[in-house]
Every structure is written in structure tokens, then in C-alpha cells.
Design a protein around this ligand. Structure first.
Ligand code: EPZ
Length: 426
């Protein structure tokens, strides 16, 4: 590579015969991001443990620092002191880097009475609208001026409690409303709220800080506004999608893998599918072991993504790899995102038989996937799926778009090598 030209990082993945061993799973990215954003509301010091060491976390901490918060980060623990926060503008380039930066709309407006930020970036999962976020916060009194993708927001005094019904149980919209409601004047009711474990974790943290929240994890959440929030210590829940990624790798390649420091209750819908395809699954309090004999995977038949506790959209790509090498066909219905099959065309390069029509994808299992290809990862969970497919495929496979992995997986290659994979980053 000529000097000065930044090389495109890529992964080189060899066929893997079998994976075995144990992996301690990181804290949940989609829990850490809203919780770190919520520290902006706290009039005191917050210590967040089990925080995953990811680029999305680093961007969130950069935003907090740019607003005047003091931030101290060791690998997996973060201390935030928001007492001195005085800024209300977030730079375009930082907002563009991650989807969850939209949560600063609620938190920053609640803290400063005003906010200037732009429409966020994030994965290319199709249009990432924020219309429900904007409608809800406007209903709570936020004046929002939308000038060519910049949002100029102003509160009269504080957010006002309101009764809000979401068209779909949107995770981000639910979180933004909670962040606006905890210090609001009056009571807020969210109907058709998202029920993901990450919502419960955010509420657990806020309640430790003095918030008054009932019904977290249910479809109806009630938040009674309080005058101030203190700091708190909190340990982030395990990342259920990262845990299932390692289990899916073992199912695809064959072997005996145990994921530790996990919350099996958060993974129920996915563990059912592993059993259905013929793997043995042993669940303990904080660990799950999968035994994948090297016989053909039984057909899955159908995967329909739903809001929690249904089958999560974030695991769809992982299970499409398993369907591609199973002994039958499987119909996928992706109900959450409009364009979340970008990994399909890459799997077809390895010999998979996949037909995509709008939100439906029909996968017919094939005997073998063949590597010796270069694949391009286009989003976070798609990237993980391609790595799993490359380990199952014959030969050597190269994958570009590695930066997507670093957004959500801490030490991904190192953990896979520990399980016996032959994978390196060049
Ligand atoms: C969160 O995204 C997660 N991200 C996603 O994980 C996850 O896939 C998704 O929830 C669903 O579970 C974070 O938590 C940071 P939504 P979010 O609002 O909040 C539409 C990952 O890789 N919608 O529940 O953006 C939206 O377009 C990411 O970890 C509107 O139309 O998801 C989507 O089709 C990928 N208007 C659907 O709702 C809105 O105002 C669900 O989106 C908001 C959302």
C-alpha cells in the first residue's frame, strides 16, 4: 500500500472444522448507549460497569465531552460527571456516526432547555426515520425547527408530561420519550412502548438516579417527572445478540461452545430455533452451552422478526446463514426494517440459494458453501453473519467493511480464534 494511503481493513477467514470452548460475552451495546446518554440528566457522578469497548460507545463519550461532561474510561468501565455540562450543540460529524445519537434530542433538551443537532447516521438499514421521536417530543412541549436536516429545538421551561401512543413499539422513540419524561413537569404515559431488555436496563439505571418509572418492559410505561436526578452506579446487562452470534457460529461450523455472563431469559426466541435445527442447548443461570453435532442442520421453515419478545431483527442475518446450510428451506419475513437483506447477495456469492422479494426472503439449504470469494459487509449484524458463513464455507474468504463489526463486537476475531477459528485482520 503506497505511503499515506489508508489501507482498507479486511478479514481473511479460513474454513473452520469445529469451534469449542467458552466466551465471556460483553455488555449490551444497545443498553450502554442510551444509559451513557442518560448520564447527561444526572446532577452527579455516574459509574457504568460492563460497558462494551466499542466505537459507538467512544462516539457517545465524545459527544458527552463536547457538551462539557467529564468522562473517564477504562476498558469496560466508564465514569461520567455531567455537573458542568453547558453545551447544547452537537457537531454534524459526531451525529452522523451513530444512530443512537438521536437520543441526545430528549436528553440534551431536558438538560439544557435547548438543543441543536442534525438527523443521525447509523447503519444503512433503509430510511432511518425519526418522525415518531419528533412527534412525541413536540407533544411534550419541544419546539423543533427542522432546517435541511438540522434540528433547532427549544423548550419553554421543561418538558411537559403527555399521553403518547406509538404506531409501532420503536426502541429509540421509547427511549427518547423516557429521557424527556423523567425530569418533565407532570406524568407521561407511553402506550405501545418497546419492551426490549435494553429499555428495562435504561429504566433500572434511571430509577437508581431517582426517576419514578412504572411498567418498564411492558407495553404501557408511566413516568412521573421529578425535580432532579442524582448520579448512580450501574452494571449494563449482557449483549443478547453478541451471545447468539457465538452460538450461531458453533451451530454453523459444528462444535461445543459455551457463552458466559449472559441472560438466557433475553434470548428465549432464538434458543428455540437452535433446538429446532437439531442442536442441544443447555441453559444455566448465566451461561448457555450449544452442542452442534456435525450432522446436517434440520430445516428452520420460518423466521418472522417481531418486536421483543418476538424473534429479533438483529439476529435475522445470523440465522439466514444457518438456513443456507440446513436440510430444507426457510422463509424469512423482516417486519422491522425495510432493507435488512443486504447480506443475502453476499451469501449467494458463497453458493447460498436465497431469493429476496421485498420483506420476504426464501432460503433453500445447500450442501456446501464455497469460499475463495471477497465479500462486502454493509451493516453491523450482516458483517457478523458473513464471518460465520466464511467459517462454514470451504476454502478462504475475504471480507471488507470490517468497521461495521467494530461498532458492535468487542474483540470479535480474538474470541473466535480462542474457539478455534482461523481468522485474521489485514
Ligand atoms: C434499535 O434501533 C437498535 N439500535 C437496533 O439495533 C435494533 O435493530 C432496533 O432497535 C430494533 O430492535 C439501538 O438500540 C442503538 P426502532 P432503532 O426505532 O431504535 C421505524 C444494531 O445493529 N421507525 O425500533 O432505530 C424504523 O425505521 C441496531 O444494534 C419509524 O418509522 O429501531 C424501523 O423500521 C440495528 N419512525 C422500525 O420503526 C421512527 O421515528 C423500528 O425501529 C422510529 C422508527
Amino acid at each position: 500500500m503506497p505511503d499515506g494511503v489508508v489501507g482498507v481493513e479486511r478479514l481473511v477467514v479460513e474454513h473452520a472444522e469445529r469451534l469449542s470452548g467458552e466466551v465471556a460475552v460483553q455488555g449490551s451495546k444497545n443498553s450502554a448507549l442510551p444509559i451513557l446518554t442518560a448520564t447527561l440528566l444526572c446532577d452527579g457522578i455516574c459509574t457504568i460497569e460492563n460497558c462494551p469497548d466499542l466505537s459507538d460507545v467512544d462516539v457517545t463519550l465524545e459527544i458527552l465531552k463536547s457538551l462539557g461532561a467529564k468522562v473517564l474510561k477504562e476498558k469496560n468501565s466508564v465514569i461520567v460527571d455531567s455537573t458542568e455540562v453547558c453545551g447544547f450543540k452537537i457537531s454534524k460529524e459526531m451525529m452522523k456516526k451513530i444512530r443512537s445519537s438521536i437520543l441526545f434530542l430528549g436528553a440534551l433538551s431536558a438538560r439544557m432547555g435547548r438543543a441543536e443537532l442534525c438527523v443521525p447516521g447509523g447503519c444503512k438499514l433503509g430510511p432511518r426515520p425519526i418522525d415518531w421521536h419528533l412527534a412525541a417530543l413536540s407533544q411534550m412541549g419541544l419546539k423543533i425547527e427542522n432546517q435541511d436536516k438540522m434540528l433547532f429545538c427549544e423548550l419553554e421551561d421543561r418538558f411537559k408530561g403527555a399521553e403518547i401512543t406509538l404506531p409501532l413499539p420503536s426502541v429509540g422513540a421509547t427511549e427518547n420519550i423516557i429521557l424527556a419524561a423523567v425530569l418533565a413537569k407532570g406524568t407521561t404515559i407511553i402506550r405501545n412502548a418497546a419492551r426490549e431488555p435494553e429499555i428495562c436496563d435504561l429504566c433500572d439505571f434511571l430509577i437508581k438516579c431517582g426517576a419514578r418509572i412504572e411498567g418498564a418492559g411492558q407495553s404501557e410505561v408511566k413516568i412521573v417527572g421529578v425535580e432532579r436526578l442524582s448520579g448512580a452506579e450501574h452494571r449494563v446487562i449482557p449483549d443478547r445478540i453478541v451471545a447468539v452470534t457465538f452460538l450461531a457460529a458453533a451451530a454453523a461450523v459444528g462444535g461445543d461452545v459455551t457463552v458466559q455472563s449472559v441472560a438466557p431469559a433475553h434470548m428465549q426466541s432464538m434458543l428455540e430455533v437452535f433446538k429446532k435445527i437439531g442442536c442441544d442447548v443447555n441453559v444455566a443461570a448465566e451461561s448457555v452451552q450449544i452442542l452442534a453435532k456435525d450432522k446436517k442442520l434440520a430445516p428452520i421453515r420460518e423466521i418472522v422478526t417481531k418486536p421483543y419478545p418476538g424473534f429479533p431483527t438483529d439476529a435475522q442475518a445470523l440465522f439466514m446463514v444457518l438456513a443456507s446450510i440446513s436440510d430444507g428451506s426457510c422463509m424469512f419475513v423482516e417486519n422491522i426494517f425495510k432493507n435488512r437483506y443486504k447480506h443475502a447477495e453476499e451469501l449467494v456469492k458463497l453458493g447460498a440459494d436465497i431469493k429476496v422479494m421485498d420483506k420476504i426472503a426464501v432460503v433453500k439449504g445447500v450442501d456446501e458453501l464455497y469460499g475463495e470469494e471477497t465479500l462486502e459487509a454493509k451493516d453491523l449484524r450482516g458483517a457478523a453473519a458473513l464471518v460465520i458463513a466464511a467459517m462454514a464455507a470451504d476454502g478462504r474468504t475475504t471480507i471488507t467493511g470490517v468497521e461495521h463489526l467494530d461498532r458492535g463486537y468487542e474483540d470479535f476475531e480474538k474470541n473466535l480464534r480462542r474457539l478455534g477459528a482461523n481468522i485474521k485482520r489485514i
